[in-house]
Design a protein around this ligand. Structure first.
Ligand code: ZN
Ligand code: FE
Ligand code: FE
Ligand code: ZN
Length: 263
């Protein structure tokens, strides 16, 4: 079963194309399963420009469910990409408890008030110590992993998006996060969108993935498609890399229950 578990829709206001076009692209790419995982509603003070509104969530869910009816040749899952941000946990828990999601992606896109992955906020990297940025990022990621809100933690080194890397070995920051992932039984997302970004590599990088593999942390693969042409982005080479690292399986989700398929 080849699956792409990270596909957006126009509802987030920064993606293009119709949902049917994403599904058709997945069929053309030879995928057996996809999951829509658009940016979820969040509390009204939080990043409203880059996500669906709360009143749009039922329509999103109905659209995904009706896609399942219209396409017999591919399995379509109902996912959602929720943010992890301190203070929003109860909102996210209520939202995910009240809807029939197959899985919930957890993403850190903000370090406190700084939306670090948005190109308009790039200046923020000049104003901060990069080692402290990484430390804060992995602290939040560890809290996300322990929050009990998510099934999969997405693009788990997104902080490198524009090519900023720490000047110290960041393994001491990474290991507590991966310990939390293992203890919580979560999946790490291998997200190929990094190949389209200035950093030019998959999230997470190869050395990071080798540690995750040694710790037996399961993975899903996602393209983070914001356009139909990005579905299954560089999946063939990424699968090859994952096999070289020693991964043999990827995870699938149904109603938030995990199962495994050969990579
Ligand atoms: Zn997005
Ligand atoms: Fe994201
Ligand atoms: Fe995304
Ligand atoms: Zn994303």
């Amino acid at each position: 079963m080849k699956a792409d578990y990270h596909i957006h829709t126009k509802l987030c206001k920064h993606a293009s194309g119709e949902m049917e076009e994403y599904v058709n692209a997945a069929v053309t790419a030879g995928l057996d399963e996809i999951g829509f995982a658009d940016h979820s509603p969040m509390p009204s003070y939080y990043d409203q420009e880059c996500r669906m509104m709360e009143h749009e969530l039922p329509g999103y869910i109905n659209s995904v469910l009706s896609m399942q009816e219209s396409f017999a040749n591919i399995s379509i899952k109902l996912g959602i990409e929720a943010d992890f941000a301190p203070g929003t946990e109860e909102y996210v828990r209520r939202m995910t408890d009240n809807h029939p999601f197959d899985y919930v992606l957890g993403s850190v896109h903000y370090l406190d008030d700084w939306g670090f992955d948005n190109p308009v906020n790039l200046q923020g990297f000049q104003e901060r110590d990069i080692n402290e940025v990484y430390a804060r990022y992995f602290t939040l990621m560890t809290d996300a992993a322990r929050s009990g809100l998510f099934d999969i933690i997405s693009h788990p080194d997104l902080v490198k998006k524009f090519g900023h890397f720490p000047t110290v070995d960041y393994k001491p920051m990474l290991i507590p996060f991966l310990d939390a992932m293992r203890e919580s039984g979560l999946c790490l997302e291998v997200n190929t969108s990094g190949l389209r970004k200035p950093v030019g590599e998959v999230y997470p990088g190869v050395e990071y993935l080798k540690i995750a593999r040694e710790m037996d942390i399961p993975i899903t693969i996602g393209s983070d498609a914001h356009d139909p042409s990005e579905v299954a982005w560089h999946f063939t080479e990424t699968r090859h890399t994952l096999k070289e690292i020693g991964y043999e399986k990827t995870a699938l989700f149904n109603k938030r229950e995990i199962s495994y398929t050969t990579l």
